[in-house]
Write a new protein. Structure first.
Length: 302
């Protein structure tokens, strides 16, 4: 099977690109963060990218993103549609799609083997993509998944509260992913789990967390399918307000013994645009990377 595919979750970018901070150009050539992710993936060995988008974004996405990439890497588009669910359910009262696990599920017809996935609006760094590609080959051999994990201190800018999945490790495997709201202090951080049955706890700034960068065996689609079926067995109000999140799906699969998840830590610095001032910080960092020769002056023009 062709285990060379990267799934990029981009449905949150919307049908219009104007004014959305996640796709603000970050260099003088007008490249977005996701252009750098695609470039890093291409250099790491990925041969195909599947963008999960809204159907109404297709032509605009092809024009602003796909046209630049398709000369170097295969590009396909999957639509995250509300009705792409494994049950018959009246979703007319819901506005947003069903979450990150659903986004990945919508890409299943475009993925033939093991695959990696990321968020479209996160900058992960080129070494992280090398680890993700290595994770594909490992998944082929063992059907184990890999989480490309970041030290918490490398996943934040400043002291604002952020949502991260804290990783618990045992004997080389991740045994739990605790989705939490985390606030950083001078020499530690405090995690408040979204699951209110778990008490808040302190973590070191070096604690590894998930930034939604995983390499998964193809059987992950079956695992997501089953969790989606279970999700729709809840009461209607919970279904309409909740989401099916990939860290929760993976946590359930780990707990049941269906999936083993290893971690591969990266020293890269994650970047994202939460506030307007973050844009200039990212632009400066890209200029620094180019001055260091980490990226060429013009992507995809080699």
């Amino acid at each position: 099977m062709n285990s060379d595919t990267l799934v990029i979750m981009a449905a949150g970018l919307g049908s219009r690109f104007g004014g959305l901070k996640q796709i603000e150009p970050i260099d003088d050539d007008g490249n977005f963060i996701l252009h750098y992710s695609a470039y890093d993936a291409y250099k790491a060995g990925f041969k195909k990218i599947v963008f999960v988008i809204k159907e109404e974004s297709l032509e605009l996405f092809k024009e602003k993103v796909g046209k630049k990439l398709e000369k170097f890497i295969d590009v396909e588009y999957a639509f995250q549609k509300m009705d792409n669910i494994p049950v018959d359910f009246d979703y007319s009262a819901r506005v947003a799609p069903w979450g990150t696990a659903h986004a990945i599920y919508c890409a299943k017809d475009y993925v033939k083997g093991s695959f990696a996935f990321i968020n479209a609006d996160d900058f992960y760094g080129k070494e992280s993509f090398k680890l993700a590609f290595k994770g594909l080959k490992h998944a082929d051999e063992t059907e184990e998944a890999t989480c490309i994990a970041f030290p918490f201190k490398n996943s934040v800018w400043g002291n604002e509260k952020v949502k991260r999945a804290v990783l618990e490790e045992q004997n080389g495997y991740i045994v739990n992913l605790i989705e939490s709201s985390i606030e950083a202090f001078s020499d530690y951080a405090e995690a408040t789990p979204l699951d209110t049955s778990i008490e808040p706890f302190k973590i070191k700034l070096e604690q590894l967390v998930s930034m939604n960068m995983f390499s998964l065996p193809h059987k992950a689609f079956d695992i997501i399918y089953r969790d989606m079926v279970e999700y729709f067995k809840q009461d209607r109000d919970t279904i309409l307000k909740g989401e099916i999140l990939i860290p929760i799906v993976l946590r359930n699969a780990i707990a049941s013994g269906e999936l083993k998840l290893i971690k591969d830590g990266t020293s890269e610095e994650w970047m994202g645009m939460t506030y307007k001032e973050d844009l200039e910080k990212i632009k400066n960092k890209i200029r620094e990377y180019k001055a260091q020769g980490i990226y060429p002056e013009h992507l995809f023009e080699e």
